[in-house]
Design a protein around this ligand. Structure first.
Ligand SMILES: [Zn+2]
Length: 464
């Protein structure tokens, strides 16, 4: 791998990450193997940071671990708890000390930032789950109990305090914290796009297995009345309800559409060009929400496929006069091969990807809830693509085969804790909730409770 920590290409990328975080450009340089310097314009003041190339060049999860009691050392911890310190087995005390012309930090905060954000840990891994995904349970963060901690944001919070002490006149950027909701459109309609045989099978299954007699009559009715728009009685047609909730809380919902079929069973049964989908996209756009891409099941190792699906989405939107400046999305089943999938998104000219969360556990796969520029650690260069980390998918919390917390109080508490953590570090709580996961009143109530939690309602949008 060309881009071993530390090198100049990583420094330029990290300068960008720090500039987005603090609102100022600091230069990062290093002349010795164990120390790097942070400096600001012509100021003679410097912040020295130690470098740990042994830990932060590891393309696996075998790093030592300890914690640091920031408060005990006289610094503020953003989450009021000792900070996880991956890569170190012991830390010197004091961890941060004043030196002539500045400060010295005896922990490799920037190495940790590189290791977490670049996802070096999951490059070329072979112990994958049944969908060939790198699982949370394989990660260093899960093994050491800090997956629900935005460890990079917490450490950059410490660095921010040191910067503020080193350059007291510098006004650091105030973070705009909040939440983003997105919806993978795996199934826009329960019955609308099924073949006649599929409808017949569904009717038999509804009657015999599910004892759902309403479904038996609804299925053919909806199927033959979904030619130009989704049927209002279709259980998966929750789009207006979702947009109503978002608008009530000042949020923009992003809907990611599947535009290809690489697995007959796991991909969607609709085509983006279908008149009912075009009408849906129109509605989404007209109401000021966002349309994005949800690349098909087997596209994650196939850049040409992702590119073709992105072009298909853009073409369909162009035909409908739908213009957006931002085109983002998320991989179906959160399938991701690093860095293949990331490069494919970049090459397809997409603005951001929001796949990087785990299916099996919620939390901070990239150690952050801030969006950041993608870095290709094999090529050793920053990409145009932005990474928007996914913090929670609804089924990760609720489904029995994942965390199994159901749709009651325990689930709500988990979502609230995550959202609170994101707000505390000035980040963004990115939540995925499928449009087809609002079958019960309890699911709808849970979703509304999560969205409204610590969210300021917009006074002029309360008609839903
Ligand atoms: Zn999906």
């Amino acid at each position: 791998m060309q881009s071993a920590w530390p090198n100049q290409s990583i420094f330029s990328w990290l300068q960008q990450v720090l500039a987005e975080r603090f609102g100022h450009t600091f230069s990062i340089s290093s002349t010795e193997s164990d120390t790097l310097w942070l400096s600001y314009q012509e100021s003679p003041v410097q912040i020295l940071l130690s470098i740990d190339p042994i830990s932060f060049n590891k393309a696996n999860s075998d790093l030592p671990f300890t914690t640091w009691d920031a408060t005990g050392d006289g610094w503020a911890s953003l989450l009021d708890r000792p900070l996880p310190a991956p890569g170190a087995s012991t830390l010197s005390s004091p961890l941060i000390e004043p030196i002539q012309n500045g400060y010295r930090i005896n922990y490799d905060i920037l190495g940790l930032t590189y290791w977490m954000l670049s996802r070096l840990e999951e490059t070329n891994r072979t112990n994958l789950d049944t969908h060939q995904r790198f699982a949370a349970t394989s990660s260093h963060a899960f093994k050491h109990g800090y997956l629900e901690r935005p460890v990079v944001d917490e450490w950059l919070g410490i660095l921010g305090q040191v910067i503020q002490k080193a350059w007291p006149n510098l006004q650091l950027k105030q973070q705009q914290s909040g939440m983003k909701v997105s919806h993978d459109v795996d199934m826009p309609s329960q019955y609308g796009f099924r073949s006649p045989v599929g409808i017949a099978r569904g009717m038999v299954a509804d009657a015999l297995k599910r004892r759902n007699f309403k479904g038996v009559f609804l299925a053919p009715w909806i199927r033959f009345n979904s030619q130009t728009s989704l049927h209002p009685a279709d259980p998966a047609n929750t789009f207006n309800w979702i947009m109503d909730v978002s608008e009530r809380y000042g949020l923009v919902s992003a809907f990611y559409f599947i535009c290809g079929r690489t697995d007959r069973a796991k991909d969607a049964d609709y085509e983006p060009e279908h008149p009912a989908i075009r009408a849906l996209m129109h509605d989404i756009h007209r109401r000021g929400h966002e349309i994005g891409l949800h690349p098909s099941y087997n596209s994650f190792q196939n850049p040409q496929q992702i590119q073709a699906e992105a072009q298909r989405l853009r073409r369909t939107c162009e035909e409908e006069n739908i213009r957006q400046t931002v085109w983002g999305g998320r991989m179906h089943y959160l399938r991701w091969e690093h860095p293949t999938t990331m490069r494919a998104w970049d090459a397809a000219g997409l603005t951001y990807d929001s796949t990087l969360g785990y299916a099996d556990y919620v939390g901070f796969r990239c150690g952050t809830c801030h969006e950041y520029p993608a870095y290709d650690l094999v090529e050793g260069k920053q990409l145009n693509l932005r990474i928007r980390p996914l913090i929670a998918m609804e089924s990760t919390v609720t489904a029995p085969h994942y965390m199994g917390l159901g749709v009651g109080e325990a689930a709500l508490k988990k979502f609230q804790d995550l959202k609170e953590t994101c707000l505390a570090v000035g980040g963004c709580f990115t939540l995925l909730w499928h449009n087809s996961q609002f079958d019960s009143e309890a699911e709808r109530e849970l979703y509304k409770a999560v969205v409204s939690y610590k969210q300021t309602p917009l006074p002029c949008q309360s008609n839903s």
